[in-house]
Ligand binder design. Structure first.
Ligand code: PMP
Length: 410
């Protein structure tokens, strides 16, 4: 490995590089709008009150130990995760049409799904063994699917002109994708754009996907975090279920529980209604067991225990919904504040997209050069594509940030 042609130097991960640069910056006004992690109004990480409660209850449990979990994870957690995504009364749950595996947060769920597809997805048309990602998407999607040798392509998603969904572009690519291709869809709060299809647009997407036999893989990393309502944020997945799709879901609890470092997540395989649905689920589950065993053996326990305790206790669940409203509500307030300040300053351009977008992120429309000036002169840290994490804004810095934006676009 002494030869640089054998192991070339890889670039630093842009997001973690940005975090390190922010930490090194000693300017008192510095603003961190990089990583998608919730911050309270004083810019501090926030432990959800319900997570604190569950944590204390867990620590007092005399039966708690450090034994291995089963290969598929904590059963109470995976069962509750199914109910959260699909709803308690969903036929997916009542007809046992899903198999769910606890994973290393959302990334691990995407990986397990990718690995499963790489081994077992063999559409008649070999060209269809391709996953279509939105352009742009969460950068890690490319690496996760590349690592399991599934070729990636993109579908148009965001219009730079309107700072909103390029619906026609998206639909036209879906219409021309090879029959059987895999389509990765963000269930809500699209990362990085903050732009989601409307329910009517989702219906049209589902109709084309059904007609073209496209295979949906949903990434749900922000349920409850986008609108504050768990069911509203889960609507698209359940609409696809109603339409009878076979589909995959990668679920993360990093954002909606603030359990980032605990790596709690779940992968769901859902089969379509059929005579042999149970048999399909059983065979898929048996293969997932082998994949999981060889990759991580069994998943980490602590975060799943916390989430499971909350999901399975009606009082704690109600408190969690309250905490979700606190987080999504503060972000919505910051959207209003930022747009208000920019309009007050008469900043050139239109800023309605800031409040039209939803979830953790906003695609501001700033270009790489403007982002560079914001960083050099204003000590504002954001990704080069103009994405900001809304959670990094608060009543103390939103005015300062707006002034910076105003200066760089003039
Ligand atoms: N998908 C998307 C779209 C995300 O934004 C994230 C978090 N940044 C994830 C998946 C997974 O994150 P984690 O592995 O921390 O759950």
């Amino acid at each position: 490995f002494g030869d640089k042609n054998v192991v070339p130097q890889a670039p630093e991960d842009p997001m973690f590089g940005l975090m390190a640069a922010y930490r090194r910056d000693e300017d008192p006004n510095k603003v961190d709008l990089g990583i998608g992690a919730y911050r309270d109004n004083s810019g501090k990480p926030w432990i959800l009150p319900v997570v604190k409660q569950a944590d204390e209850l867990l620590r007092r449990d005399p039966n708690l130990n450090h034994e291995y979990l089963p290969i598929s994870g904590l059963a109470d957690f995976t069962a509750a995760s199914q109910k959260l995504v699909f709803g308690e009364k969903s036929p997916v749950v009542t007809e046992k049409r899903a198999v769910s595996y606890q994973t290393i947060s959302g990334t691990g769920a995407l990986h397990l799904g990718g690995l499963f597809l790489s081994k077992f997805y063999n559409p008649p048309n070999a060209e269809a063994k391709t996953i279509y990602l939105s352009n742009p998407t969460w950068a890690n999607h490319n690496q996760v699917f590349g690592n399991v040798s599934i070729p990636t392509k993109t579908y148009p998603y965001f219009s730079r002109e309107t700072c909103s969904l390029d619906f026609d572009g998206m639909m036209s690519t879906l219409k021309s994708a090879p029959s059987g291709a895999i389509i990765l869809l963000h269930a809500c709060a699209h990362n990085p754009t903050g732009v989601d299809p409307t329910q009517d647009q989702w219906k049209q997407i589902a109709a084309v996907m059904k007609e073209r036999h496209l295979f949906p893989f949903f990434d749900t990393a922000y349920q409850g975090f986008a609108s504050g309502s768990l069911s509203r944020d889960g609507w698209a997945i359940n609409y696809f279920v109603e339409q009878g799709f076979e589909l995959l879901v990668a679920q993360s609890y990093a954002k909606n529980f603030g359990l980032y470092g605990e790596r709690a997540g779940c992968f769901h395989f859902v089969t379509a209604p059929s005579q042999n649905a149970q048999d399909t689920v059983s065979r898929v589950g048996s293969q997932l067991a082998i994949l999981q065993r060889s990759e991580i053996s069994n998943p980490p326990a602590y975060g799943a225990r916390i989430a499971s305790m909350v999901l399975n206790d009606p009082k704690l669940f109600a408190q969690w919904e309250e905490d979700l409203r606190t987080m999504s509500g503060r972000i919505i307030e910051m959207r209003k504040a930022l747009r208000g300040k920019l309009e007050e300053l008469g900043t050139p351009g239109t800023w309605n997209h800031i409040t039209d977008q939803i979830g953790m992120f906003s695609f501001t429309g700033l270009d790489e050069q403007q982002v560079g000036v914001l960083r050099e002169k204003w000590h504002v840290y954001m990704t080069k594509n103009g994405r900001i994490s809304m959670a990094g804004l608060n009543t103390g810095n939103v005015g300062y940030f707006a002034k910076g934006v105003d200066a760089v676009v003039r």
